[in-house]
Design a protein around this ligand. Structure first.
Ligand code: ZN
Length: 132
């Protein structure tokens, strides 16, 4: 058995695997049936350890956002939008809103998930305007 096979997978591994496959995954408690994000070992509502991984719809609404006009590093090209997105399933995620004019972003706007390549590691979920 290689060292990799014998190691314990991190709790967020199904989320990371989903990002590689273009699927946003959330944990859902099989006891109280709520979804949660970020990944944890226990349900944040009822403390049950009975969590399953499910595919999210990828749809949500912008709860709040800011336009970053001074990039923190050369890896980020300003201006860009950092937003809190309320997913259809309930959890709130901090992410980026891409593929649109930053000045057009509005609280309450519908968005859908996309996956942005990163220079190191897994693609990360971002959100785009959902005009469907
Ligand atoms: Zn629960």
């Amino acid at each position: 058995m290689s060292p990799k096979e014998s190691s314990i997978a991190p709790v967020e591994q199904p989320f990371i695997d989903g990002c590689h496959q273009g699927v946003l995954r959330l944990q859902r408690c099989t006891r109280c049936h709520r979804h949660q994000f970020y990944p944890r070992l226990v349900c944040g509502y009822c403390w049950a350890r009975d969590l399953e991984w499910v595919s999210a719809s990828g749809k949500g609404r912008i709860a709040s956002f800011t336009v970053v006009r001074l990039a923190v590093s050369p890896a980020h090209e300003a201006p860009y939008v950092v937003a809190l997105v309320d997913l259809e399933e309930g959890p709130r995620m901090m992410s980026r809103v891409t593929d649109c004019d930053p000045e057009s972003v509005q609280i309450g706007a519908q968005v859908k998930v996309a996956f942005a390549e990163t220079s190191d590691g897994a693609p990360l979920p971002v959100f785009e305007p959902d005009n469907d």
